[in-house]
Structure formats: C-alpha cells, structure tokens
Design a protein around this ligand. Sequence first.
Ligand SMILES: Nc1ncnc2c1ncn2[C@@H]1O[C@H](COP(=O)(O)OP(=O)(O)OP(=O)(O)O)[C@@H](O)[C@H]1O
Length: 545
Amino acid sequence: MTLGEIRRLYFIIKIFLTYGLDELIPHMRITLPLRIWRRCIFWIPNKHKNESTGVRIRLAMEQLGPVWIKFGQMLSTRRDLFPPAIADELAVLQDRVAPFDGLKAKEQIERSIGGPVETWFDDFDIKPLASASIAQVHTATLKSNGRDVVIKVIRPDILPVIKADMKLIYRMAHWVPRLLPDGRRLRPVEVVRDYEKTLIDELNLLRESANAIQLRRNFEQSPMLYVPEVFSDYCSESMMVMERIYGIPISDVAALEQHGVNMKILAERGVQVFFTQVFRDSFFHADMHPGNIFVSYDHPEDPQYIAIDCGIVGSLNKEDKRYLAENFIAFFNRDYRKVAELHVDSGWVPPDTNVEDFEFAIRTVCEPIFEKPLAEISFGHVLLNLFNTARRFNMEVQPQLVLLQKTLLYIEGIGRQLYPQLDLWKTAKPFLEDWIKDQIGIPAILRAVKDKAPFWAEKLPELPELFYDSMRQHKLLQHSVDKLVSDMNAQRTRHHKARYLFGVGATLLLSGTAVLLSRPDWDFFPALLMAAGIVTWLIGWRKTN
Ligand SMILES: Nc1ncnc2c1ncn2[C@@H]1O[C@H](COP(=O)(O)OP(=O)(O)OP(=O)(O)O)[C@@H](O)[C@H]1O
C-alpha cells in the first residue's frame, strides 16, 4: 500500500466511523483486536446517532466523493441485497461535485484535438454549462458548420481517484463476509466488479458517442424521441462533441404545462419509447434519470422527448425479451402457475424446481401488489419481486435484466409524475401482445424465410456444382465403406478359423500328453499327436496376424 492509499483508507475509515457505520457490524463479529482498535481511535465518535442507518450510509457516501456516490446509486438498484429503507436512501444520492476549472477543460480539449480550441470552435464558453462527477460540459460553436454544440470533457484528475478508490473498495469487499453475518450472500466482490465495469465504460466517451449514434439511428424521423447528433470527427476517449439541444427539462412539470404540452400523450410516449427500445431494437438507454431527459419546444400537442447521456445502455437477447414479455402477460393475468411453468420450461430455474412451491412463492409476493387498481401497479416492482423470488429458486438473473428493471422504475416514476392517471398496463399490453404474436406464427415464419432469402439467392448458382461434388463424394465414400466392410468380414473369418485351429491344436496336444502318460511304451504316436497340435497352433497364430 502506498502512502497515498493509506491516507485515503484512513479518510474512508474516519468517515465510516463518523457516521457510525461500524455499528452495522453485529457484536459477535467484533473480535477483541477490532474492539481494542475501535477504542484506540476514540477521537472519532459517531456524530450522527439520531439519523437512521440508511441516512447515515447516504451521507457517508456523499462525503466520500464521486466514486462512492456512483457506487451508492448503483447499489440502490440492487434491492435484492438491501432492505428497502437503505435502498431508498441510496437512490436519492446526489452528485454534488464542484465544477473544475474551465481552463483545465480547455487544456484537455486542446490536448485531445492537438491544437488550440479556436482551430475548430468559436465562442468556447470557459464557464461550464454543467458539471458532474465524471465529466463537465462546455458550450461552443462548431467552426465548420456554425452549429451550436456542447463539448463533454472527462475530469482530468478523475482516473487516479477512481483507481485508488476502486482498489480500496475491492479490499473492503473482501472484509464484508468476515464482518457481516449475511456477507457472503451479498456477493460483495462480484458487485464491485460489476460496478467497476460500468465506471470504466463511462470513462470512455467514444463508447458514449457510439451509443448515441446508434440510438439516434434507431429513432431517425421518429416523432417520439430525438437524440442529438454526435460529431464523431471531434470525439475521442476523453472528449465528445454533440449538437446542443434546447428543451424543457422533464422534471420541470410547471414549465411543461405552461408551454401547453399534452401531458397524457407525453407520459404514454415515455412508456412506448421504452418498450420500442427494448422490444424492437434490443438497445435501450439505461440512464434515464430526469437530468438526461428533455421535451422539445416544438409541437407541444404532439410532444417529442430528447434524450442525452447514452453512457449506459442495455441490450436484451431474444430469450430475455421473450422472458419479459411472456412473464408480464402471465403476471397481469394473475396466472402465477404459468409464470412458474415458464421459468422451468425455459430452463431459467433448474429443471428439478418444484413448480407448486415456486408458484406459491410468486403468489405470496405478488398478490399484495395486485390489491391495487391495475393503473397504479408498478411494472418495475413486479419485476423486482419476480427476480428476487426467482433468485431464491436459483435463477441467475442477468445483469441486463436488472438494468432494465431499474430503467423501468425510472420511466414509471417520470410517467406518473407527468400524468398521475397514466395506466402503464393499458399502454404496454398491446405492445407486448403484438410483439409475442409477431414472434410466433406466420409473421415469424415469413420473416425467417425473408432473412434466409439472400443466403439462398447467393448459393443458388453453386447448387449444380455442389450437387455434383456431393454425388462424387458419396460414390467415393460408398467405395471406402464397401472396402472397409469386406476387410472387416475377411478379418472376422480369419479370427474364426484361428479360434478353431487353436481348439484343434489344444485338443491334439492334450491327447498326445494323455496317451504319453497312459502308455509310456508308445513314444511315436503321442509325439506325432503333439507335433500335429503344435503345427495346428502355429497355423492358427499366423491367421490372427
Ligand atoms: N447535447 C446537450 N445539449 C444541451 N445540454 C446538454 C447536452 N448534453 C449535456 N447537457 C447538459 O449537461 C448536463 C450533464 O450532461 P451528461 O448527463 O451527459 O453528463 P454526465 O457527466 O454523464 O452526468 P450524469 O452522469 O450526472 O448524468 C446535462 O444534464 C445537461 O444539462
């Protein structure tokens, strides 16, 4: 451990103790050395005794900075790991990070483009438009086409901080099973590994650029969603340039109403955009927090969303999509038996799972949810409960599904904030049913034929040659097979003969020996029998080779 790491570790421990997080360790797990050590650092008492555990964890994470804040935000989505009170607190963790010096951002941009900012941009604003834990955003105008753009720059000093903190988080993850009774179930090292991957992905703005380009292409000309254009010629790992958008922040409900936005359509469109991304494109924006969603000022009666920050995206394969669609439909028909059977038939849970037990477990957690009117039911919570139950029955829930469930919660939250009467089920059900219909039956067959048509069209001219080749191969193969069969038959006959000769030889030898023993005065006849026996054996032995 370097001196810097020791200092940082001390700081982290100090914050943990100041917020009394050591009190989360059960008494029986506090060994004598730990107790003595805690007494030795008496000058760091728990200063927040009156706050709840969740609040104390949240405050500590906010104090520890961006890496921990983001970690907390990610943990808030793992409701299978924490009690709701803690997960709810983690969900409200805020990035309150001071902006970094605009001059530093300018330097970073110049290093990235290999020249002064003025070569490519006019009106670069040294004052950031926005600042977050990983990156900062500045405005400018693109010289080549006069378009207003934003330049997103990774914080120059963030990488060493992330590396150092991640190392310490890993170290602490290894302590968790020893300190908490439930520590092993929390799978701390795996959780940290997932987090590290997300964080590293977010540090590469080329990834975000590629995601934004893909999402924009998927919704080209769509009245529902607009994604700003990315100017990829100017993008690098640490810098991203995209069209500046001017929209109404989705959280500003008053401004939306004042502008005459049709809130019902807007709320329903949110759900439709999400399901389109998931089921049509298998590619969904997975960082749908309100800061990343805007509404266009144009045609408020037919409102269009604007999405930014495609740093985190999810994608589902065909099986995952089927899983979701079929389960949702079975759920909302309250057909828990079907849900349980679907899990077993598709191999999501082990084949020896007791369907009755599984059905009962799902019913137990879901029936209370369905006590509410359908319009108030949260898809996200239904999914969450399903995942938690399925995990108990040894289903390995894919991280992409967890990401989707988290996004769904955001979408629902936003939708209901915009239009409290929003009936998610009514909006989504036709979508899911159409998708399932489309996946089975005639349309699916026609699509498969259409998909394969170019392959067959390409192979058609080669068919006569392929046919001739295969006939020749067949003939050659038949010849080899015939030869092999006749060889085997000949060998079998030889073996039979050899076995017969061994038998005869043995009989002659035994007879010769018997005659010699009973009539010692007959020396020629037994010798003849024995010699004939040996010769017969030798002939038999030759046949075996
Ligand atoms: N194309 C854009 N046009 C106008 N404003 C933008 C644009 N892109 C980003 N911004 C502004 O910059 C802010 C931060 O951008 P972005 O969300 O991409 O950064 P971030 O570092 O990923 O932040 P976070 O992780 O907190 O979402 C946005 O909330 C928005 O106000």
